[in-house]
Write a protein that binds this ligand. Sequence first.
Ligand SMILES: Cc1ncc(COP(=O)(O)O)c(C=O)c1O
Length: 470
Amino acid sequence: MKRRIPTSPGAAAFNDKGCGMAQLLNEFDCERTLKNGTYWMPFTANRRVKEHPASRIITSAKGAYYYTAEGKPLFDTLSGLWCTPLGHGHPRIVEALKTQAETLDYCTAFQMANPVTVRLAERIAGMAPNGLDHVFFANSGSEAVDTALKIALGYHRLRGEGGRFRMIGRERGYHGVGFGGMSVGGIVPNRKMFANGMMNGVDHLRHTYDSAHMAFSKGQPAWGGEYAEDLERLIGLHDASTIAAVIVEPVQGSTGVLVPPVGYLQRLREICTKHGILLIFDEVITGFGRMGDNFASQRFNVKPDMITFAKAVTNGIVPMGGVIVSSDIYDTFMTGPKNAVEFAHGYTYSGHPLAAAVGHAVLDIMEEESLISRARSLEIILEEAIHSLADLEGIKDIRNIGLTAAIDLVPASDAPGARGLPLFELGLKNGLLLRCTGDTVSFGPPFISTTEQLQDMVETVRRLIVSVTQ
Ligand SMILES: Cc1ncc(COP(=O)(O)O)c(C=O)c1O
C-alpha cells in the first residue's frame, strides 16, 4: 500500500520570505565545495562523501522526514542525532524562536539573568527526580559532561576531600568529545588518536554487554546485574578516597543501545553511596522522554547525584545542554566569601535566551500532546516490529528499550565493522536516513512517528539487511 509522505518545502521557502539565502544558495555549487574539502565534516568518512556528494545533501525537513536536494524524502530513523523527538519545522517552535529573537536575542549569563532562562531551569528541575533541584546550563552534551566532571572535583575539594580526583567511566560509553568526556568515554576509535591527551586518573568499568546471555533481549536483560560489582574492583584497586565520581549513560546509546541489566544501576547507586562517590547519569540521549519517562533515572528508579542533558531539551533546534545537580552539591558550593564567584565555570552562551525559549516551546508541546506517554506506547510497537527481524540470518542481535533499538549484523568474515556503510548508503536510496556504526544500526525515531511509519521503517530495513548480508 502507498503511504502518504509530505512533500518538501524545498528552497522555495527562502524565496517566499524574500531573504538573501535563496540567491546565495542558487549561485552556490554545494557538491563542488564538498568535493574540494573546504567543509570538513565531523564524524564522517569525508573521502567517501566526496565520491558521491549529491546523495549526502539535505536541503529541508518537515515532521519525521528530511528532504534531499532532489526532493527525496528520508525518514528520520534516529531523530537527527537522537535530538529531534518532535520532528522538524514545528510551527510553535519556529514562532517561539522568532518572538524571542525580537525580544531578547542574547544576554550574558555572567552576573545577569533573564526570565526565560530562569523559568526553564525551574521547569527542568521540576521534571527531574526529587532532590535534583539546580540547573547549570551549557550548550552541548560534551560541555554538559565536562561541567559535571568539574562540579564533582569542586564538590570534593570544598568538602576537604581534594584527594578525590579520579573519574570512573565505562567501556563503550560515549560522553562527547571534550577532553573530559573523551577521557571517561570508552569507545576505542574515539580515544586512540588522542591517547596522549587523556585526563589523569581515569579508569573504566567493564561494559555490561554479553551476547551469549543477552542476545535478542526485549527491554532490560535479566542477566548481568552483577557487573556493577566491577566498581568494587576499581575501588579495591584505587581506594575510594581517590575517586570523585562515576559517570555512566543509563542506556549506552552511541555504542548501539546497550540496555542496563536488571538491578545494575541500582547496585551502582548503592556502591557509590557506600563509598561517598558521586554518581552522574549522562542523560544526553535518554533525557526528555526517550525512555518513556522524563529521565531514564525515573524509568529505572535510580537517583543519581547529577544528570547531564542536551539534545531533546530544545528538540535539537538551538544547541543547549546542562547539568541538573543535587541540593547537597549545590549547597556545598554556596559557601565561602559572599561576593566571590562560587564556581569558576560557564560559557558565553550558557542559558542562551533563544535556546531557552525553544526549550519552553518543546516542553509545552511535549506536555500538551502527551508525547512522553506516546513514546512509551510506541516502544511496544517498535519492540514488536524490530524483533520480527530475528529470523534474518544476517542478524546477530536485536535490542530495545524506550523508543530506541539496535541491530547487530553478522560481520563480513573478511571485514569486521564494514556492514554499516553500505547499509547506510542503501538506506539513502530507499528513503531512510539510518544511523550505522560498524556492524550496528541504531534507531531512535521521533515521538511523533506513527505506527505505520515505524512498521514501514522496519520492513525497509529488512529488505536492506537481506541485500547487504547475503
Ligand atoms: C550520552 C552522550 N553524552 C554526550 C554526548 C555529546 O553531546 P554533543 O554532541 O552535544 O556534545 C552525546 C552525543 O551523542 C551522548 O550521546
